[in-house]
Design a protein around this ligand. Structure first.
Ligand code: NAP
Length: 243
């Protein structure tokens, strides 16, 4: 039986990853930051599938909280065999209007949070000489988005981190990849108008937006034995919007 730790698993893509891994037989540690009720409801749903589930609160932007989270997961479920770095926030606006605090909060959450989690997970995975890390990036990390400069920079960072770590820890039996979603209908898209969403659909060769399941299927594949010779790669799940 394998154990997965998914950050930001209370809602959206992370919550779907938690369900999909549970259906594939994994025990699941679900990290949440603020949405405790949603995380606890998901624990019940996952336990009903016959695997273990453990909700653990932590702000991934805080390295001490991340350390506490990994200690709690080790105690409850054992060390994670798979880490999915999914927790993230977005910020839309001109870079020239962005404050230092807004910049720091985004980079601390989306990029440093991924670093803190990788550091903790790798201590166990290198010792075990096995393990898989999947960083959730974004197509904007591949090509950049106007008015999402900090987000694009952070997501380019998690891609770089995956590529570098793949080289660093491949000889230790650990694989590290990124999944790079396109537009996926979650709370993160709440600020977009119906017209914006229609325009995004029009721009997508497969003529629809992504679902959390589309992303979760790619993450599950990269975590699986079927992806045993794949490391340091970016798997884009974007309906052809960015090629
Ligand atoms: P979402 O629906 O807004 O959910 C975000 C999740 O991240 C929530 O579970 C939230 O937890 C958690 N989170 C936020 N800040 C956190 C922190 N400091 N510590 C721990 N958890 C934190 O977002 P989503 O659309 O599912 O996005 C998930 C990931 O996919 C993100 O990395 C995002 O950048 C990426 N992505 C999304 C899209 C898209 O179109 N939706 C496209 C490309 C990439 P709480 O609610 O418990 O605070």
């Amino acid at each position: 039986m394998s154990t997965v730790l998914i950050t930001g698993a209370s809602r959206g893509i992370g919550a779907q990853c938690a369900l999909s891994f549970a259906k594939a037989g994994y025990d699941v540690a679900l990290n949440y930051c603020r949405s405790e009720a949603k995380a606890l409801a998901l624990v019940k749903e996952i336990e009903a599938l016959g695997v273990k589930a453990f909700a653990v609160q932590a702000d991934v932007a805080d390295s001490a909280q991340v350390k506490g989270m990994f200690d709690a997961v080790r105690k409850e479920l054992g060390a994670a065999d798979v880490l999915v770095n999914n927790a993230g926030i977005a910020h839309v606006g001109l870079l020239t209007d962005m404050t230092d605090d807004e910049w720091r909060r985004l980079i601390d959450t989306d990029l440093s949070g991924t670093f803190y989690c990788c550091r903790e997970a790798l201590a166990d995975m290198i010792r075990a000489h096995s393990g898989v890390i999947v960083n959730i990036a974004s197509m904007w990390g591949e090509v950049g988005a106007s008015c999402e400069a900090a987000y694009s920079a952070a997501k380019a960072g998690v891609i770089g981190l995956a590529k570098a770590l793949a080289k660093e820890v491949g000889p230790s039996g650990v694989r590290v990849n990124a999944v790079s979603p396109g537009v996926v209908m979650t709370d993160m898209m709440a600020g977009f108008s119906d017209e914006d969403v229609a325009a995004l659909k029009d721009e997508t060769p497969l003529t629809s937006l992504g679902s959390p399941e589309d992303v979760a299927d790619a993450v599950l594949f990269l975590a699986s034995e079927k992806a045993r010779f794949i490391t340091g790669q970016v798997l884009s799940v974007n309906g052809g919007m960015v090629i």
